[in-house]
Each structure stands twice: as structure tokens, then as C-alpha cells.
Design a protein around this ligand. Structure first.
Ligand code: PRX
Length: 651
């Protein structure tokens, strides 16, 4: 069934000066890309990137899916983000930082240039970091996190940021997989006016065998940390002695820029690799098109740099286009749910970009807060990371946006590098909770997985991209086979494998795209991807656990919560359920981190399996949702187990 949704037209005043002003302009761009794909991308690449040497070929698909964009071109991504702005924007704010406790810093492009150059010299001269080396960044949301990223880019090192909420074990695995020789961290930071720690987690992660030789520690909260002589160094000390300029390494268009680990449907996280030119080109173009940031605007994305949104839309995209980007250390509900709106008023924010989870929290805990502040500076509101529900959308549109701002529901993933399906704020008539249309140049289509044909309106299908685009994933670090299998195995169009996102989607009768959610065993908790296999692998480390199956369950705030069915070893009954739940969650905390804690754990007598031993997750998902099981279960190995579990969950 296709639901008919109301349509909200773009604000006319806004559209007048928007980069893409109406759907005719949008269509003209999309047609241009369709007619001459390489010409389209080649001309944007020439216009937008400050090439050290021009590229000689736009796209090489001879070894698809291992494609190459802009071969022969040489550039440096940090120079693209900083150096080229110095002639016209040296005193413009590049980063506005607000700490958890309200402390503030404004960093101009010129200051950013010197800070990043000093950081680059530190990494090169004190730690011997060279082009191609991997550097893990495990940092809070402070400006030094952005300096660290850009310093790596400047010297050609490949950064791999690990979100600060991951545990020591998760950090250890990512360090090992990337074979990183340096970790950049901080003592800790502040959350809700209290210090929390990061350095001890790094210490634990480096215990035993590790490829890491040096650890750089930025001082943020001033708490005591332990120092390992010869390995740990103070950033605040070393930076004082660094020269303020450092040549930018000349990089090939396809040299790797960063790795970012993300969850897949198997246990081991994937090191998604993004390369230099294509990534920065699309980061910049989507900033311009989707947020339509103007020279004097102030743009704020609330993500964490530990996720792809933080990479592309706090650091690389905004800086590549010479915008002012806000970085916020705190949480949106502290000291109260008016915090973001207070900041919008104070900094006169023009574009605000956040996740549906945050919108739901701010709505629930502070419905009337936006009205207390002057939010008239806002022009564009964005959401990302998970489907947004219509009530949250309505509140965002009306209470925050004053019914005059476009909401750009941006659909994309770690692997896509930047937005792929999204409204354009001056052009697209929007519908609540709808990602609308592919962006110009992106050949995104919903395909039938069996036939590879585009699906009809109202019929669900797989969200695919049928041609390579510049910012697409270039590989999974160290595992080319997994790269091909993960993304190019499931859907073929005209007999050729195409990129499959892992998401289901549906067209309405006007061709609008709504994302319906993952089709694989990946759940989306507060807009963060969590592989069920990853959580299961963690739970299995508990000595009492015989079997486990993890599924997602709708959650009012988080979008999806984690629901685990645990079968304990037969000789160990459940002596104390509360204690057992605690113990299992402790294992998860140790193996992955608090972000993967289960919302529900049920101690099941067994799991519903086919006779060949396959766990019927569909049944478990239905039970978790409280649905009555109507499907035929007579072919299961032990059908009685379904009823038993149903009773337990309902109890
Ligand atoms: O399921 C889709 C969902 O988030 C997944 C990507 O997660 P990650 O790589 O962590 O990146 C999150 C930030 C880009 C997708 O496969 N997703 C992302 N944006 C949307 C979305 N689902 C619905 N609507 C969106 N706008």
C-alpha cells in the first residue's frame, strides 16, 4: 500500500537564492548526469577541487567494483579544507566549539591552518608517521579531534576514528585490524558537567601485544592519567615546540584518506575505506546542495566525529566549502532540553543537522523549549541515520523550524561517504519522513532483488546504486573479497552486480523514496548500526551462555532497541535473573561498549530453528514486538519452543 502523505513546498524566499531553485533545475542536473556521466562528474571535479596536478581520466571501471576516480589527479584534502581558503577567509570562523560546561572557542581558518600544521609536524617529526601509516583517533568532541584528522590528511596518514563509546576490546580489535602505529586520545572530557575518561580505555586496549608504538594524549579534563614512558606523550607539551607550517603531502586522487569501522551482518566490524578526491568532492558538493550553506551562515551538525556523519558533515564537508562549523562536546538535554535551541539563538545557527533519536528525546523532554528561544535564524533542518517517525517530524518542522524551514531527510551510509537520497531545500516539495529523490549524479534505484528491475510504486524493493559514484566505499581494509561479497553480491541489473545498500525502500505514486529499514541482520540503535552477530558474539563470551539470538525491537526513543534471547547451559539454571542480566550486559559493555547494551534479555528454553539448524529470526522479531505468530511452525525442529518463548515474553 502506498500511503498518501502531505506535501510541503519549499520556502519561496529561500528558494530564490538556493543553489538548486526548483525541480526543473534538479531534473536538468540529473539528466545531464544521465547523458554524460563522466562529463558531469569531471566538470564538478575540475571546478570544486584545488588540484595540485589535474586528473587525466574521470572514471576507470575496468576492474569494477574496484573503480578509480580522477586518476592522475594530485591533491591534498587538508589543503582543500584549509589552505585554499586563506586568501579569502583567513579570519573567518572555521570551527566554533562549545564545551559541555559552556566554555567556548572560535578557531579561524588561519588559526586552524597553524594548529593543523603544528599537529602534522608533531606526528611526522616526533612520532615518525609517514604517508600510508594508520593512526587511530579515540577522542572526545573537541577541536583537537578535527586537527588530528586534518593533520593525518595533511601528511598522508590514514586515520581511523573509533567512537569514544567503544570499549577497550572494541578499540583493540580496530587497532589490530588497521595495524595502527599511533593512537591519538585525550585524558577524557566532560559530560553533564562531570569528567569521564578515555586514556585508561586506551591503556587497557594496548595491554599485551599491539602494533601501537606511540600514544598522544590531549589534555581536556585535567584528570590524572597513568603514563607509559617511551610510549605516551603529552600533546600540550609537544605541540609547543612544533613549527607552524608543514608542507602538504602530494596525494593521488585514489590514495586512502581514512578508514571507519562499521557493523555488518557478520561478527567482525568492517574497515570501510574512503579515498581522497572522490570523497572530498562529494562531501563538498552535498554540503552546498543539501544544506545550501551561504558565506555568512553558521552550520551545526550534532553528530560525533566517531561516526561518518561527523567525518563528512562536521569536518570535511563544511571545511572543504569554507563554512563555519559548530562542534559541541555536550549532550543535547543537558542542563535541560533547551540546550540546542539556546545555542541556535546564541550562534544564530542557519542549518541544524541531527538524528531522529535526538529529535524524539528533545520532543519528549522539552516539547515547549523551542518556543523560549529565538530560532528565526534557522533555514534548513536535517535528519540522518534512521527513519524519522511522523510525530517527531511534525514537531521538528513546526516547533523548531517555525513551519518555514525545509527538512532534509538525508539518506546515506558510512559506505556512501555522503548523502545519496535527500531533498534539496530550495527545490524539493517534501513529505514527512521521506528521503524523496536521488541527488543529482547518483543513480539510486529501488530494485527487485530477483529480477533486477525497478520496482513499481507501492512494491518494496532493495535500495541500490547502479553506477559507481565518487565518494563510494573503495574497499574493506584488508579484505577485498568481503567488499565484493558484502555490497555487490545480492542484486544484479541487466546481469551486472550493482551496489546494494542493505536497506529496503519503497516508491510512492509520485516516485518519492521512503527507506523502510535494513533487510539484513543489522539493527539501528539511535541511528548507530549494530550487527546482531557482533552482539551475539559478545554475549557468547559469557561462560553460562549456550546459545543466543539477537534481534531489533521498535523503541520509542532509540528507533530500535536490542532484544536478546539467551539459552543458558543446561547445568546452570537461572538462579537470579536480575544478576544474570547484569552479568550479560557487563560482558557486552566489556566487549563492545555501552552503546550495545540490551534493552531486553529473555532466558529461553531453546531457539526456534529449522531442521537444518537455522535460527528463525523472523519469528523471534515478531515475538519481541508482541505479535501473534501466525506462520506455519510445524516444520521447526521443536515447534513447542515458540509457544514457550511467547509466553515468557508476554509475562
Ligand atoms: O539503514 C540506513 C540508516 O542508517 C544506515 C547507515 O548507518 P551508518 O553507516 O551508521 O550511517 C549513519 C549515518 C549516515 C543505513 O543503511 N539510515 C541512514 N539515514 C537514513 C537511514 N534510514 C532512514 N532514513 C534515513 N534518512
Amino acid at each position: 500500500m502506498t500511503e498518501v502523505k502531505p506535501v510541503f513546498k519549499p520556502n519561496k524566499e529561500f528558494a530564490k537564492t538556493a543553489r538548486i531553485k526548483n525541480m526543473c533545475e534538479y531534473q536538468a542536473l540529473q539528466d545531464a548526469a544521465m547523458e554524460d556521466y563522466e562529463g558531469f562528474w569531471g566538470s564538478y571535479a575540475k571546478e570544486k577541487i584545488d588540484w595540485i596536478e589535474p586528473f587525466t581520466n574521470v572514471l576507470d571501471e575496468s576492474n569494477t567494483p574496484f573503480v578509480k576516480w580522477f586518476e592522475g589527479g594530485k591533491l591534498n584534502v587538508a589543503a582543500q579544507c584549509i589552505d585554499r581558503h586563506l586568501s579569502s577567509r583567513k579570519n573567518k570562523a572555521a570551527i566554533i566549539f562549545e564545551g559541555d560546561r559552556g566554555d567556548k572557542q572560535i578557531i579561524t581558518y588561519l588559526e586552524l591552518y597553524y594548529n593543523v600544521n603544528r599537529f602534522s609536524n608533531l606526528l611526522k617529526n616526533e612520532f615518525g608517521v609517514k604517508k600510508g601509516d594508520r593512526v587511530v583517533i579515540y577522542m572526545p568532541m573537541i577541536p583537537e579531534a578535527a586537527y588530528a584528522m586534518l593533520a593525518c590528511a595533511r601528511i598522508g596518514a590514514i586515520h581511523s576514528i573509533v567512537f569514544g563509546g567503544f570499549s577497550a576490546e572494541a578499540l583493540r580489535d580496530r587497532i589490530a585490524d588497521a595495524d595502527a602505529k599511533v593512537v591519538i586520545t585525550a585524558d577524557g572530557a566532560f559530560r553533564k558537567d562531570k569528567p569521564y575518561m578515555l586514556k585508561p580505555v586506551v591503556d587497557e586496549a594496548l595491554n599485551g601485544e599491539t602494533p601501537v608504538q606511540k600514544v598522544l594524549v590531549v589534555e581536556r579534563n585535567g584528570e590524572d592519567v597513568t603514563w607509559t614512558a617511551g610510549r605516551d606523550y603529552s600533546y600540550n607539551e609537544l605541540i609547543k615546540h612544533q613549527a607552524p607550517t608543514c608542507d602538504a603531502e602530494v596525494m593521488d586522487a585514489e590514495d586512502p584518506l581514512f578508514l571507519l569501522y562499521t557493523s555488518g551482518s557478520t561478527g567482525k566490524p568492517k574497515g570501510v575505506q574512503h579515498n581522497s578526491a572522490g570523497y572530498i568532492l562529494w562531501a563538498q558538493m552535498t554540503m552546498e546542495w543539501v544544506f545550501d550553506v551561504k558565506e555568512n551562515d553558521t552550520y551545526w551538525c550534532t553528530a560525533d566525529v566517531g561516526w561518518i556523519t561527523g567525518h563528512t558533515y562536521i569536518v570535511y564537508g563544511p571545511l572543504a566549502m569554507g563554512a563555519t562549523t559548530v562542534m559541541f562536546e555536550g549532550v543535547p538535554t543537558y542542563p535541560d532540553a533547551g540546550r540546542p535551541w539556546k545555542m541556535v539563538e546564541e550562534y544564530k545557527i542557519n542549518q541544524f543537522y541531527t538524528a531522529p533519536t535526538a529529535i524524539r528525546v528533545l520532543h519528549k523532554s522539552g516539547e515547549d523549549e523551542p518556543a523560549k528561544y529565538d530560532l528565526s535564524s534557522l533555514k534548513v533542518l536535517g535528519t540522518v541515520g534512521e527513519p524519522i517517525d511522523p510525530p517527531a517530524w511534525k514537531w521538528y518542522y513546526e516547533a523548531v523550524g517555525g513551519s518555514k524551514c525545509a527538512i532534509v531527510d538525508t539518506y546515506w551510509q558510512t559506505e556512501t561517504g555522503g548523502h545519496i537520497v535527500s531533498p534539496l531545500p530550495g527545490a524539493t516539495p517534501i513529505k514527512p519522513a521521506c528521503a524523496t529523490f536521488p541527488l543529482p549524479g547518483i543513480m539510486a534505484e529501488i530494485l527487485d532483488p530477483q529480477t533486477g528491475e525497478k520496482v513499481e510504486a507501492g512494491e518494496g524493493g532493495y535500495m541500490c546504486v547502479t553506477r559507481p559514484w565518487p565518494s563510494m566505499i573503495r574497499g574493506i581494509w584488508g579484505d577485498p573479497e568481503r567488499f565484493v561479497k558484502s555490497y555487490f553480491g545480492d542484486v544484479k541489473k541487466d546481469g551486472k552486480p550493482v551496489y546494494f545498500t542493505g536497506d529496503g525502500a519503497i516508491y510512492d505514486t509520485e516516485g518519492y523514496i521512503t527507506i523502510t529499514g535494513r533487510t539484513d541482520d543489522v539493527i539501528n540503535v539511535s541511528g548507530h548500526r549494530m550487527g546482531t552477530a557482533e552482539v551475539e558474539a559478545a554475549i557468547k563470551k559469557h561462560p553460562n551462555v549456550a546459545e543466543v539470538a539477537v534481534v531489533g525491537k521498535p523503541h520509542e526513543i532509540k528507533g530500535e532497541g536490542i532484544f536478546a534471547y539467551v539459552v543458558l547451559k543446561s547445568d546452570k539454571g537461572v538462579a537470579d535473573e536480575v544478576e544474570e542480566v547484569k552479568a550479560i550486559n557487563n560482558v557486552i559493555k566489556k566487549e563492545i561498549g555501552n552503546i550495545a547494551l540490551c534493552d531486553d534479555i529473555v532466558f529461553a528454553p531453546g531457539l526456534p530453528k529449522t531442521r537444518s539448524g537455522k535460527i528463525m529470526r523472523r519469528i523471534l522479531r515478531s515475538i519481541a514486538k508482541g505479535e501473534t505468530i501466525t506462520q506455519d511452525i510445524s516444520t521447526l525442529e521443536d515447534p513447542s519452543v515458540v509457544e514457550k518463548i511467547e509466553k515468557m515474553v508476554k509475562a
